[in-house]
Design a binder for this molecule. Sequence first.
Ligand SMILES: CC(C)(COP(=O)(O)OP(=O)(O)OC[C@H]1O[C@@H](n2cnc3c(N)ncnc32)[C@H](O)[C@@H]1OP(=O)(O)O)[C@@H](O)C(=O)NCCC(=O)NCCS
Length: 85
Amino acid sequence: MEILNLAVLPGARRTGIASRLLDGALAAARSFGGQRAFLEVRASNAGAIAFYERHGFRPAGRRKHYYASPVEDALVLSCGLGEDD
Ligand SMILES: CC(C)(COP(=O)(O)OP(=O)(O)OC[C@H]1O[C@@H](n2cnc3c(N)ncnc32)[C@H](O)[C@@H]1OP(=O)(O)O)[C@@H](O)C(=O)NCCC(=O)NCCS
């Protein structure tokens, strides 16, 4: 599966909303036989990177100049969905 967008209103952050959304999406992917989840995140987005690492995502690559306005690299993060991951 690929996660294209995940955002929580600023005033509602750090209350577990994104964790519940992510857990639900990963469970749905598992139920369809998904084996691995991928996403891109701005290299400077330390908060989102910390969030995804807390949920088991690890660096899987880097896409140079992936984003515009401002131009920035993307980190590719991935997480296995199997029982052994
Ligand atoms: C990243 C984002 C979706 C997290 O949403 P959230 O609902 O605040 O996340 P949660 O409350 O479920 O956070 C769970 C854990 O992730 C980590 N975490 C979340 N935001 C963090 C931050 N800004 N800095 C460091 N760790 C963070 C923490 O360990 C947190 O647990 P804690 O609050 O008990 O310390 C939210 O900050 C957001 O919408 N950001 C802007 C959009 C964005 O960058 N989306 C991702 C791009 S792909």
